[in-house]
Design a protein around this ligand. Structure first.
Ligand code: SF4
Length: 261
């Protein structure tokens, strides 16, 4: 999750914690926290409470962007989601979802007081690959692929609005081809896909240079312009697929260079 990504999807971000047990090596929020001295590479995975000073009304809110929802904070997440909806906001919940959390949120949205507001929330599950070995390297504390898929399924089976974020994609076009076939049946919105932003500098900062450089080289190579352009060509007319700016920038660059489709 990133602030830039949040702006592509919403008016504003909403968080009640800083820090995240998922500890994704590419995390924008972690890199920012380290840069501004509020966190270190080693303590980002110990979230701190940070309630917002002001609550939005009538906005399109993305929640969360500086933490995730897990069993330790799900009650607070439910309270916040309820209040945001009752205050007239539309809420985009973006999460590397745990199944138990999804079930809790489904139960919350079954509450009679929120019945008229069910369409004002969308649950976007972040899944960048189905390859468990890659998830463990890049998102060491996050739920595995199957748990996220089951969480997505739980939202969808409950008639809630669902989507997927394959940003960052943890691989190249072949990884997205595989993922698309696996998740599409549980999505009634869109499947977003985007590159990993600034992988070298961000991963090095977040891991104190301890992350395997060949794996950084691998992701940079797999997300080169040619590969991302081929991905765009294949899915550009698929209404279910949406491209983040990181891929559209490649398309625009190629068009400007006279390499367009
Ligand atoms: S889920 Fe990953 S990217 Fe999102 S806030 Fe947590 S550590 Fe950062």
């Amino acid at each position: 999750m990133s602030t830039a990504g949040a702006r592509e999807w919403s008016d504003m971000s909403f968080n009640f914690q800083s820090g995240c047990r998922n500890d994704c090596v590419y995390c924008y929020a972690k890199a920012q926290a380290i840069r501004f001295g509020s966190s270190s590479p080693d303590d980002w995975n110990e979230p701190r409470l940070k309630m917002p000073k002001r609550w939005p009304h009538g906005r399109l809110v993305m929640m969360p962007t500086t933490h995730d929802i897990d069993r330790w904070n799900v009650e607070m997440a439910k309270d916040c989601l309820r209040r945001l909806l009752l205050d007239g906001n539309h809420v985009l919940v973006v999460t590397k979802a745990r199944l138990s959390v999804a079930n809790d949120l489904v139960r919350l949205m079954g509450d009679r007081s929120l019945a008229a507001l069910r369409d004002n929330v969308e649950f976007r599950v972040t899944i960048g690959t189905a390859d468990e070995s890659m998830i463990r390297r890049f998102e060491p504390g996050a739920p595995d692929y199957h748990e996220r898929l089951m969480a997505l399924r739980a939202f969808r089976m409950s008639g809630l609005r669902t989507s997927v974020s394959a940003e960052p994609l943890l691989g190249g076009k072949d990884v997205f081809d595989d993922l698309y076939l696996r998740v599409r049946r549980y999505v009634n919105g869109r499947i977003w896909v985007g590159k990993m932003n600034m992988p070298r500098s961000r991963i090095r900062m977040n891991t104190s240079h301890s992350f395997a450089e060949p794996l950084i080289d691998w992701i940079v190579e797999r997300q080169g312009d040619e590969e991302m352009y081929r991905l765009w060509l294949k899915y550009r007319n698929d209404e279910m697929v949406a491209f983040k700016d990181s891929i559209m920038d490649v398309v625009e660059r190629r068009s400007a260079d006279g390499h367009g489709a």
